[in-house]
Write a protein that binds this ligand. Structure first.
Ligand code: F6P
Length: 546
């Protein structure tokens, strides 16, 4: 049965039409309890969705949609280790990586928890050895710099978390993340590093990814040029599921940190892929991050839909995307430490839910994953907020901030927070033509000027935002926030009936790049593509001296 033929879907469409003309500011005026009704507390984390364009009826109908689409059953299958990633025939068990409760988690009858615990112990030991100086480089010098070589899920998660938890990593080595196959990324990083005290972490689930392997080979050559072949074993470790390829690279099994095919790349920061996080903030800090995610997992697994934070945020995501037509979603951290969050969420959300067919291979009959983007506040205010406030396109947005700063300049913090709150207020309230006219008249403008300027000063308002406010951005809070987003994405994918855990869309370009690579420096011009692609390849060949 298609999504749009569900009774709950049709009712939501009619309900949308019925409330279309009611401004959210009116909903606040009508209901003094609106904030209490549409906000949620998870310890110190406040999630306020009362500025969304919803009523109690909207949430009731969205709850019915969740029932009709079997979201809870889908969630239960994930937690039970079922092979819900059907196109890759894999279980989806990143939740097992942060599970603190006793008890087995089985994939095909095998309890994965002892494997998870052994891998975590290996990672913790090594991370603390690097931090304490027990693990040294080949010249017995202490490690001062760690370079993670990985891309996509093997880069974005750890890079974002290490950045977010900078205040917790001040005693650890300096951390660097190199992902791009553009040699500029590695070259510019290595120029500043001393080989004798640099450790490389090659992070690749498959250990075949072109970008990561090219960077790993060049990093190896750089190190060998300075310290010789024998130094490689002290300066390279690997995080992967591919033991044979790691061995072939020359890394000993004891320096390989494993994980499993049931950990998707964009869900892997909780696995050994989190090694740079543990090196940066210590194993205890990494454990706190995992514990935060586990807090959210338990809530997601057990709370009824109406009081289940990831469920509610996921259903609001469906409402904004499919019923209000918001085709992009902005992530706006008023938290400089979260500056990489939008990039991380782009992969989490868009690689998961950017799909055009259902699990059965039939076309999805509604638009799926929104375009996710964003920048930290207040920078974004001076760049793109104009469009958020007055552009004709509806953009939904998340605002995030810590009540307590983690840096040493606390006088800045009220400035930051006041901007956060003012922006969500302005986006919701807007300004009517009458209000704009009254303001201009009060400023002493004549009637002609008022009439001419007023339309430019109108703000439609009712722009949907969710605010996430927490005490401080510590490892546990960050773990909660990230798991919240993971499960929100899950809920949206489950409603759409798509497989949120494969990524076939990345494949075609990879295959074609491998075909074009030898053509760039072949004896003759390329002729086997469309005229544009031939033209680009051959122009590059000329510029490269062919
Ligand atoms: O971009 C496609 C992708 O497969 C991502 O899903 C993954 O996170 C990334 O490539 C890196 O893959 P690997 O860890 O195998 O190098």
């Amino acid at each position: 049965m298609s999504l749009t033929s569900l009774d709950a879907w049709k009712q939501l469409g009619r309900h949308r039409d019925a409330i279309a003309d009611v401004p959210v500011r009116q909903l606040f005026a009508d209901d003094p309890e609106r904030f209490a009704r549409f906000s949620f507390r998870f310890d110190d984390l406040l999630v306020d969705y009362s500025k969304q364009r919803v009523t109690a009826e909207t949430l009731r109908l969205l709850g019915e949609l969740a029932v009709a689409t079997g979201v809870e059953a889908a969630r239960d299958r994930m937690f039970a280790g079922a092979r819900i990633n059907t196109t890759e025939d894999r279980a989806v068990l990143h939740v097992a990586l942060r599970r603190t409760r006793p008890g087995a988690v089985r994939v095909d009858g095998h309890d994965v928890m002892p494997d998870v615990q052994a891998a975590r112990a290996h990672l913790s030991r090594f991370a603390d050895d690097v931090r304490s100086g027990r693990w040294t480089g080949a010249t017995s010098a202490r490690i001062t710099d760690v370079v993670n070589l990985g891309i996509g899920g093997s880069d974005l998660g750890p890079a974002m978390v290490v950045d977010a938890l900078t205040p917790y990593g001040r005693e650890g080595p300096r951390m660097h993340f190199v992902s791009n196959v553009d040699g500029a990324h590695l070259d510019e990083t290595l120029r500043r590093l001393p080989p004798a005290t640099t450790l490389f972490v090659i992070a690749s689930k498959t250990f075949t990814t072109q970008e990561t392997m090219a960077n790993a080979r060049s990093a190896r050559a750089w190190l060998v040029a300075a310290l010789g072949d024998a130094a490689v074993g002290r300066h390279f470790v690997a995080v992967s599921t591919n033991a044979a390829a790691v061995d072939a690279f020359g890394i000993a099994a004891s320096n390989m940190f494993g994980f499993w095919d049931w950990v998707g790349g964009r869900y892997s920061l909780w696995s050994s892929i989190g090694l740079p996080i543990a090196i940066a903030i210590g194993a205890a800090g990494f454990d706190a991050l995992l514990a935060g995610a586990d807090d959210m997992d338990r809530h997601f697994e057990t709370a009824p839909v109406a009081g289940n934070l990831p469920m509610v945020l996921g259903l609001l995501g469906i409402w904004n995307r499919n019923f209000l037509g918001a085709d992009t979603h902005a992530v706006l951290p008023y938290d400089q430490y979260l500056r990489r969050l939008p990039a991380y969420l782009q992969q989490l959300d868009m690689e998961s839910n950017g799909k055009g067919v259902t699990r059965d291979g039939a076309p999805v009959d509604v638009p799926t994953g929104p375009i996710v983007w964003g920048e930290p506040g207040t920078n974004g205010q001076h760049a793109f907020y104009q469009l958020l406030h007055q552009g004709p396109r509806l953009v939904s947005a998340d605002f995030l901030a810590a009540a307590e700063p983690a840096h040493g300049l606390p006088t800045h913090h009220p400035l930051l927070l006041s901007n956060f709150f003012a922006q969500t207020e302005a986006l919701m309230r807007g300004k009517t033509l009458e209000e704009a006219r009254a303001e201009l008249a009060a400023a002493g403008l004549d009637t002609d000027a008022v009439t001419r300027l007023a339309p430019h000063k109108v703000f439609p308002g009712s722009r949907p935002t969710t605010s996430l406010l927490y005490r401080r951005l510590d490892p546990r809070t960050l773990g909660r926030l990230l798991a919240l987003y993971e499960h929100k994405v899950f809920v949206m994918g489950a409603v759409w009936g798509i497989n949120s855990f494969d990524q076939w869309g990345v494949e075609l370009g990879k295959v074609l790049a491998n075909r074009i690579l030898p053509e760039l420096d072949a004896a003759a011009d390329a002729t086997g593509h469309d005229a544009s692609t031939n033209g680009l390849i051959n122009h590059a060949r000329r510029l490269r001296g062919h």
